[in-house]
Design a protein around this ligand. Structure first.
Ligand code: ATP
Ligand code: MG
Length: 150
């Protein structure tokens, strides 16, 4: 068992698709260089949509869509640096996830944007940003925590 100490948190509200760009900017500023981000929230909470907005901020021009079947999508940012997008919804065990080779990406120092992270939490680097999205009607609350596991 490792101790988890929370260093900082931020709470961002989104009332429509049009303010997601601003929310993405705010989240990236909060991350302050941390590049592994997990996204939790109910089915349809808005994880993929928010990741699209983050990718746009990073200068990704590729089509960003949920890697539900491929598990991993790779995009390129404005400097041609890879950005990885994962969706572990269809996988059941940590071992299955590990077999995809995802750990190499997590430690690659490139952005990793991870939907349905529950089964890979133990595989993450010590420092990552945990993003939790909740929606009530049209209002989304995006809570982010910088996790540092010592
Ligand atoms: N900030 C937002 N404002 C308004 N509508 C939104 C917002 N975020 C997402 N939506 C809408 O909610 C729906 C579901 O979004 P999305 O697919 O991003 O959810 P998800 O959490 O990735 O779902 P899944 O659990 O299937 O992965 C989409 O129709 C999307 O347009
Ligand atoms: Mg999704």
């Amino acid at each position: 068992m490792t101790a988890t100490s929370t260093q900082k948190t931020v709470s961002i509200k989104s009332e429509s698709l049009s303010d997601l760009g601003k929310a993405a900017k705010e989240l990236l500023a909060f991350c302050d260089g941390a590049k592994v981000l997990t996204f939790s929230g109910n089915l349809g909470a808005g994880k993929t949509t928010f990741i699209k907005a983050i990718c746009k901020e990073l200068g990704v021009e590729d089509l960003v869509s949920s890697p539900t079947f491929s598990i991993i999508n790779e995009y390129r940012d404005s400097k041609n640096v890879p950005v990885y997008h994962f969706d572990f919804y269809r996988l059941k065990t940590t071992q299955e996830a590990e077999d995809t080779g995802c750990v190499d990406y997590f430690f690659s120092n490139n952005y990793c944007l991870i939907e349905w992270p529950q089964i890979i939490e133990s595989l993450l680097p010590d420092e990552y940003v945990k993003v939790e999205i909740t929606n009530t009607n049209e209002i989304r609350t995006i809570n982010a925590t910088l996790i540092y596991r010592a």
